[in-house]
Design a protein around this ligand. Structure first.
Ligand SMILES: [Zn+2]
Length: 579
């Protein structure tokens, strides 16, 4: 491909709204173009990278027997009503419902309903199972804050796979096979990917993993134990174990320290914010500050039942999926909770759910809301002063928290989620009409399903972010849009140079190598800068001086090393590059 014919315009400066390096470079080097916030066009160079990533994904999934197909973007809304996800998918869905002559359609953010309908009409017997299908498809997500170019977008290219098995064991076996295929995909993309336990969110199922690429630009955090293999997404991470004997020991220690002075009532006028109370009670709390407070948040669980959640004042709450915090009008309706002064002591008739961190009382006891205006109570201990109905991980995990497996400390790592896999079990087949097959005994049985998603366009950004320097992109050979970037210094101005460059390009192309040929009449400086920016793995430079000696220069974009080769050795070079 000649650059003079390629639809590309490199930019000296990135647009001001580009925040991270990969986004700046993909824009500057002419891989993508912004159409609207979170909506990008893939220019010819960008599409070639996407196609190369897609081809690696296809090869690895085909190799484990998955079959490619293509499902529609437009999904009848009735399908979502059948699975109940028209409601449970949260606020994201309404924006995707479009009305046309055929009725209401969802612009697909994911395809579980469609694929269940499709497969159940064909795989009617246990003999047809297991079956795994996949597609490379445009998905829609109504992102509130699209950011970082291809990392968080409203329209994205995704590869989603779905497996159907006859029983649970078989589902788990298929899940492992696809996980191995995913590992091969990531290793071919030269990406360090850490699979972590995750929460299933709006997709459903019991077992699932997220595949995290550690990266400073990541918006996700995962927890990794410093001594065992425990790794989890922060939302799924369980912050330590609750040991009943520890609760007793903390209480005994506390009683010793507090010299029998317990359940002190404090006058804490104001809004009841954590900072305010920590400030008002600084002489009681001392160095503990907000760490000595319990914040009690009222909410509703997935069945709409009231719950009071307890976490240390210094932590934010991670709500379990489907739970909500009370809104202003909920407080008005119930009238039983005094906002800012809610506490577990004496609170009856409501489920109290506490994070394991609450079991580790400070030696002066906790300070909690007094359930009346402008009042807090100090010297409070769980078990003695209040009961916890459910111990459950609710607090955001932090560096130094204890591992739920081995009790060593955990560390937080910033990362980008590259893929997500789920064992769905019967989540969809139990809700969707006719999602059954005849088992060996001739009985109608529900499918055991799995689903698996890789963000293809996101991977392009993730690889770019991990492979760049201050001059530009440095594509790994496996997905580079071209393998060699040939530069004829001076372009068509120097006829001899240009002709021998054309000859070299012809030989490379005949050998099956994809070549980007800079045939423009630009200065050597401009040509070199653009070549570094675009980031093809090798640059082959032909100039008048070298040509007089019968040599060309080959530069490795990654390490910058340059070598001179005789033009006569081109065939050997081609052979080496093809390996
Ligand atoms: Zn551990």
């Amino acid at each position: 491909m000649r650059i003079s014919r390629l639809l590309v315009k490199t930019l000296r400066e990135a647009p001001s709204d580009a925040e991270v390096e990969s986004h700046k470079l993909l824009l500057r080097a002419g891989y993508i173009q912004r159409l609207a916030s979170g909506v990008q066009t893939y220019l010819p160079l960008g599409l070639k990278v996407l196609a190369n990533i897609s081809s690696i994904i296809r090869q690895e999934l085909d190799a484990v027997g998955a079959q490619e197909m293509l499902m529609p973007v437009l999904q009848p809304l009735e399908l979502w009503e059948e699975s109940g996800r028209d409601k449970s998918f949260g606020e994201i869905l309404p924006a995707f419902v479009v009305t046309g002559r055929g009725g209401k359609f969802v612009l697909g953010p994911t395809h579980e309903e469609v694929v269940t309908r499709t497969v159940s009409a064909i795989a009617e017997s246990w003999r047809n199972l297991p079956v795994t299908v996949y597609q490379l498809q445009t998905k829609f997500r109504d992102e509130a804050r699209p950011r970082f170019g291809l990392l968080r977008t409203r329209e994205l290219l995704m590869c989603d796979a779905y497996s159907f098995d006859a029983d649970k064991d078989s589902m788990a076996a298929t899940y492992e096979v696809i996980r191995l295929a995913y590992n091969s995909i990531f290793s071919r993309l030269s990406l360090e990917v850490v699979p972590v336990e995750a929460s299933s969110g709006a997709i459903g199922g019991d077992v699932n993993h997220e595949y995290m690429v550690p990266s400073s630009i990541g918006e996700d955090l995962f927890v990794s134990c410093t001594s065992c293999d425990y790794k989890a997404n922060v939302e799924a991470a369980k912050g330590g174990k609750v040991d009943e004997s520890d609760i007793e020991a903390n209480l005994a220690e506390g009683l010793k320290n507090s010299q029998g002075v317990d359940n002190l009532e404090f006058y804490t006028p104001g809004s009841g914010s954590i900072a305010e109370i920590a400030d008002q009670l600084s002489s009681h709390l001392g160095k503990l500050g907000s760490k000595g407070l319990i914040q009690a948040l009222v909410g509703k669980d997935e069945n709409g039942k009231d719950v009071v959640m307890l976490v240390p004042g210094s932590r934010s709450v991670v709500l379990p999926f489907g739970w909500k915090l009370y809104e202003e009008e909920d407080f008005d309706v119930s009238k039983r909770f005094i906002k800012g002064f809610i506490g577990p002591v004496g609170l009856e008739g409501v489920t109290i759910v506490a994070d394991p961190l609450v079991s580790a009382s400070p030696s002066v006891g906790w300070v909690v809301g007094g359930n009346k205006a402008d009042t807090h109570i100090g010297g409070v201990f769980p078990r003695r002063d209040f009961n916890v109905d459910i111990w459950m991980s609710l607090a955001q995990v932090e560096d130094g928290d204890l591992c739920p497996i081995c009790n060593s400390q955990v560390a937080l790592r910033r990362s980008v989620e590259a893929a997500h896999t789920f064992q769905l079990g019967l989540t969809y087949s139990s809700k969707m009409e006719g999602a059954t097959f005849l088992d060996k005994s001739g009985t109608s049985s529900q499918y055991w399903m799995g689903c698996y998603g890789i963000g293809v366009s996101r991977l392009m950004a993730v690889v770019a972010e991990a492979n760049c320097d201050n001059k530009g992109l440095i594509w790994p050979k496996a997905i580079a849009p071209f393998l060699i970037h040939v530069i004829a210094i001076g372009g068509t101005k120097d006829e001899k140079v240009f002709q021998s460059a054309e000859k070299v390009v012809g030989e490379l192309e005949d050998a099956g190598i994809e070549v980007l040929f800079d045939d423009r009449e630009v200065s050597a400086g401009v040509a070199f800068n653009d070549a570094d920016l675009i980031g093809i793995p090798w640059q082959l430079v032909i100039g008048a001086k070298g040509l007089a000696k019968g040599v060309f220069e080959l530069k490795n974009r990654r390490n910058g090393e340059k070598e001179e080769h005789s033009l006569e050795d081109l065939a050997i070079l081609i052979r080496d590059l093809l390996v």
